[in-house]
Design a protein around this ligand. Structure first.
Ligand code: SAH
Ligand code: SF4
Ligand code: F3S
Length: 476
């Protein structure tokens, strides 16, 4: 039950649904591939790079698993449960493969990187294993696998950013797109597997990012989310123009493409987000007033064991600074309960920092020990599962209360909303987001609006997860 709740919280945004890609005319391609993605937005963005690499080689995407010659699963290792989900899905692919001769199954992403060729021993019907930095070698590996060999490339790179590859947008609403600005992570939070699965941090060429964003805008997109595990440490030495591009500078240049292009970013590490970034956000109307600022724990002692490099007080001062420079900024968080040695006192510190920060929403997890991480090597995973889950349940309830309070405060306010599509429940209603990243649902009435339009919406009511509104001015 509890797992379902937390998975659901996560599902609503980052996890997304497993999705497939399709091309306009699949018949023109020599073979068809199907790709399903799990994990963070970086993985979803990577699948679009993979699709682009395969397209160039004459493979067309299909949304139908049954008609695919190549089936890929882009995997996540962040928690044990994420890996279990992938294994379950592989069992289904295995059944299909038995029925369909010649179908190849490829495992991509973080789990491929973590398990490497062990995957081929554990999951006998997997044919291809490719880590996040080796996607350029996919066409060659597919050929090898077609020739009957098992194909593996899990080399991590210090400089691969896929800068020159134009991602093929998969399952897109044509309004918002993710743009990868860096890869890897140098932070070594003790609980986290990402530095091992994604390698060293590197920043992508600034000009290629700006070009990609401009192209998206010219193709009708109205929102880009700049992606990295720690976007605030973006740092690119632009030798051509003899300058250094920081994250604040990059964001400014993307914002200058057009006032009609919304700019978002994810994720910020609290230790790295600078005043410069905050002032740039305040300066540009089209840079959204929303920061995902994962706290992980409210206890300085636990934060130190987690190797987060900030204290409770330091984090709270950062929240104050954000509210000072951007008074109406939305803030969300990631929180882990039951980390090694966590006591009730530490847990209460987490609850109080949530209340202090007044998060609009949070992604909440209980600690899952990951092989090879610093925490696994150094500390005992000593909090019983029922305690982890009870604490998780408590913070989920606190967050529900905070979300409800935050939404109630918005009743009566009017926001500029970017229309993303029909609301899930009712095709007579639009769904969109305000700058603070809150979802707003409102009746279409008789206005002739479409996806990607901006509209002024007044909030009349709310649920815990959604604002409910009415169009005030459709022409902006
Ligand atoms: N780069 C991002 C986070 C990426 S992982 C950042 O630094 O904030 C997304 C979230 O998963 C983390 O913020 C953390 O809350 C959670 N997470 C990571 N490792 C975990 C583990 N071993 N057990 C439980 N949750 C974990
Ligand atoms: Fe993991 Fe920490 Fe890097 Fe985020 S910043 S990806 S939590 S090591
Ligand atoms: Fe998962 Fe890898 Fe992202 S472990 S959260 S897919 S970086």
């Amino acid at each position: 039950m509890l797992d379902l709740m937390t998975e659901k919280v996560q599902d609503e945004s980052r996890q997304g649904e497993a999705y497939a890609a399709f091309a306009n005319d699949p018949n023109q391609y020599k073979k068809r591939f199907y790709i399903e993605s799990y994990g963070c937005q970086m993985n979803f963005a990577d699948s679009e790079v993979v699709a682009s690499i395969l397209h160039k080689e004459g493979y067309g995407a299909t949304p139908n698993l049954e008609e695919a010659d190549l089936v890929f699963i882009n995997t996540c290792s962040i928690r044990e449960k994420a890996e279990q989900t992938v294994r379950k899905r592989l069992t289904e692919f295995r059944k299909l493969k038995k029925k369909k001769k010649g179908m190849l199954v490829g495992v991509l992403g973080c789990m491929a990187e973590r398990l490497k060729s062990k995957f081929l021993e554990e999951e006998k019907l997997v044919d291809i294993v490719v880590g996040p930095d080796a996607y350029r070698s996919l066409p060659g590996l597919v050929e090898e696998a077609e020739g009957g060999q098992k194909a593996v490339n899990v080399l991590l790179s210090r400089d691969e950013t896929y800068a020159d590859i134009s991602p093929v947008r998969l399952d897109s609403n044509g309004v918002s797109a993710f743009v990868s600005i860096m890869r890897g992570c140098n932070n070594m939070c003790s609980f986290c597997v990402v530095p091992f699965t994604r390698g060293r941090e590197r920043s992508r060429d600034a000009a290629s990012i700006i070009n990609e964003c401009r192209d998206l805008f010219e193709n009708g997109y109205k929102e880009v989310t700049l992606l990295g595990q720690n976007v605030d440490s973006y740092y690119f030495v632009d030798e051509l123009n003899d300058r250094v591009v920081t994250f604040a500078k990059l964001m400014e240049e993307v914002a200058q493409i057009s006032p009609l292009l919304r700019v978002r970013f994810s994720t910020s590490h609290p230790k790295d987000i600078t005043d410069d970034v905050l002032y740039t956000m305040a300066k540009y109307e089209n840079i959204c007033n929303y920061i995902h600022l994962p706290v992980q724990s409210g206890s300085s002692r636990i934060l130190q064991l987690m190797n987060r490099t900030y204290t409770r007080e330091w984090y709270m001062a950062k929240v104050d600074r954000i509210r000072q420079i951007i008074p109406d900024c939305g803030i969300s968080s990631d929180i882990i309960t039951g980390f090694c040695t966590e006591e009730e006192k530490d847990h209460r510190d987490t609850i109080s920092i949530m209340e202090y920060s007044r998060y609009d929403f949070s992604y909440m997890f209980f600690y899952s020990e990951r092989p090879g991480t610093l925490a696994q090597r150094r500390y005992k995973d000593d909090i019983p599962e029922e305690v982890k889950k009870r604490r998780l349940q408590e913070i989920v309830e606190i967050q529900n209360k905070l979300s409800q309070e935050s939404n109630k405060k918005d009743i009566g306010k009017t926001f500029t909303v970017l229309i993303e599509g029909d609301s899930k429940k009712n095709d007579k209603e639009w769904k969109g987001r305000n700058s603070q990243n809150k979802v707003i649902v409102f009746p279409k009435e008789n206005y002739s609006l479409k996806n990607g339009d901006y509209v002024q919406v007044k909030v009349l009511d709310c649920t815990q997860a959604t604002l409910l509104g009415k169009i005030i001015n459709p022409e902006i």
